[in-house]
Unconditional design. Sequence first.
Length: 341
Amino acid sequence: MRILAIESSCDESAAAVFDGEGGLLAHEVFSQIDLHQIYGGVVPELASRDHVQRLLPMVDRVLARASGDGKPIEGVAYTAGPGLIGALLTGAALARSLAHAWAVPSLGVHHLEGHLLAPLLEPVPPEYPHVALLVSGGHTMLIECAGIGRYTLLGETRDDAAGEAFDKSAKLLGLPYPGGPHLARLAETGRPSRHVFPRPMLDRPGLEFSFSGLKTAVLHAVRALPDASDQDRADIALALQDAVVDTLVAKSLRAVAHTGLDTLVVSGGVSANRSLRSRLDSAAAKQGVRVYYPRLEFCTDNAAMIAVAGHARLAAGERDAIGIRARAQWPLDSLHPPGNL
Ligand code: KG4
Ligand code: ZN
């Protein structure tokens, strides 16, 4: 089955064409960073309006690139939640309209399931069952994945997500939005152990996270150095990154041990972080745990991952009900295996 997929849950407009036999045929992402940067964060109304302008020409381009063999599109998938409701509705309305015009089925996809399935686009995909660490801008979760749509939440953050800890700390350090990648770059020149920030909840058993205290630690460090040099700021950035990474590594391996599994999948925007990848790889290797990541461009929001999730479900016969629906909130563990309605 060949499908078109559309992603518009936040500040990236994206489209992809995916084929059950040929794999990913074309995809494109447009980031609205320049649009939101002066506001220091995503402005929902501006995001929606920009999606409306970008998506259709982008869909035209990916369809043109994927149409070499003349095979038709047989379904349309789109992100139906969770995310910004107005932004979601732009993609949902476009996807539903195209599906209606082409007389093919459409299906709303869970954004986080998209992130979880992004590593399936790699030449060597992870096998099930496995534990997934999902670290995005809004979520930090450890999930036991028995198969597609068979998710058991093992633990999540009680307050800020790991991505938020990066983004809010970056703001305190005067870095532009979105802060995560900027902070990671600054941390490369940081000197180790100049500051040691808490590892929240690491000394307690369990698989829950709490990152909100870290921005307070960063705030105190910034205030203590009113004339901070670039080096001082890099030292703080490194300390923040170390605290987040240490916590994610320890809890992920704890989750793997807890489930008795030997495979860990890491996805979501923060999985692009190089320090997280290298520290996780070496800690996991010592425990005989295999770790899988999406390629860097599929860590952050994209439509290729929505296509993988949509294809699994559309090919199993799932279809949207009548009516355009998007959900700002949508619990991941309310999903079911493809086709099992
Ligand atoms: O998955 P994603 O693209 O969007 C959501 O669904 O939330 O994740 C975005 C998050 C942001 O918080 C961003 O700062 C963070 O991922 N991020 C990073 C890096 N690249 C993206 N955080 C740390 N290091 C990075 N290299
Ligand atoms: Zn995302």
